[in-house]
Design a protein around this ligand. Sequence first.
Ligand SMILES: Cc1cc2nc3c(=O)[nH]c(=O)nc-3n(C[C@H](O)[C@H](O)[C@H](O)COP(=O)(O)OP(=O)(O)OC[C@H]3O[C@@H](n4cnc5c(N)ncnc54)[C@H](O)[C@@H]3O)c2cc1C
Length: 370
Amino acid sequence: MTHRIVILGAGYAGLTAARRLGTLLKGSDAEIVLVNDRTDFVERLRLHQVVAGQDLPRYELADLLRGTGVRLQCARVETVDVHGRKVFADGEPIGYDSLVYALGSAGAPLPGDAHAWSAASPVAALRLRGRLARAAAGERVLVVGGGLTGLEVASEIAEARPDLLVALVTSGGLGHWLVPGVRTHLRRGFERLGVEVHEGVRVRELTEDGAVFTDATRFEADIAIGATGFTPNPIAADSGLEVNECGQIVVDPAMRSVSRPEVFAIGDAAWAMGPAGRPLRMSCSSGMPTGWLAAGHLAAEIAGRRPPIVQIRYFHQTVSLGRRDAVVQFVTADDRPKRGYLTGQAAARYKEALCRIAVWSFKHDLPTGR
Ligand SMILES: Cc1cc2nc3c(=O)[nH]c(=O)nc-3n(C[C@H](O)[C@H](O)[C@H](O)COP(=O)(O)OP(=O)(O)OC[C@H]3O[C@@H](n4cnc5c(N)ncnc54)[C@H](O)[C@@H]3O)c2cc1C
């Protein structure tokens, strides 16, 4: 009997899983359906470039799936009925035997979120790009959040629009988790780009004309951009699957839901433990290996083979500082900074290569499980 696998979401995680399942189950009677709300692959890693006005190449999912046997269905998922083993997308039911949930995440909300702009999704990034295109010289931009995404967004805008006054507010020190050489380079890069940095303070609330910090400072801004992290798509929590407090599906080491064995969750949607018992961080660095891992387990289960042994581990954290500068912090398997790092043009080329390899791997079956 045909085994129907439905994969929700064609981002880094879902597309990796879809292609891998297509390869591993070629010639079997499994049917693989990939449901996504758009027909192109979004390079989310580059959305700060979109914000800054750069045009990215368009990759059609149909091209990236050619020859895999995976059927693409363009529809917006609304709910998952885990008891009835059905997904509702554009109002229509899609039944499944196995489900791979990879609906990703959006930007985490801030108090006063109605006043926030975002670079976390393609729609939000295009809106922000339009607002920045209309911004007059001297307008003030505040980026809220000093994590990897906040650093990339602030520096990309500052480089593209030196006529704007760009500031970044972060609850810690600038790049506080990185080794001293990387922190120094980051600080010099921000100075060169003219980004004003406010450290050790949070935003209490965004307002119509800027932000109020936790130390009661009122910061005037024309455009406030939230970059304090990601929040998973709420469909998982609403479906009754076991989720953590932020709404990610709790999974076992095979990326299988701990509450429904026929459901796998991968990428930003999954709460998975990595090396040394530390949770995987929401990132492409976790998303592609988790897609690879889940596909291997599911295919082995269907084909009656032994599942693969894949150890998810980290290698680096990368932060672009505009188009010509970046930092690459090499990390241990469990994501702690090592002594080694790259800065400057070498780091920028390294980061660019990573973004290209991710897309290239969707065309060439690169073993992205490492
Ligand atoms: C500006 C920026 C820079 C980043 N830089 C880095 C970096 O340098 N390194 C790194 O590791 N990570 C980086 N990240 C994080 C990384 O992009 C995410 O962690 C990664 O995209 C998660 O992959 P995913 O497949 O889980 O989700 P996504 O890539 O978000 O894919 C989700 C897919 O689901 C689809 N979808 C969503 N909702 C629905 C629905 N209801 N119905 C149907 N389809 C739906 C979406 O269209 C999308 O195709 C960055 C993120 C941003 C925003």
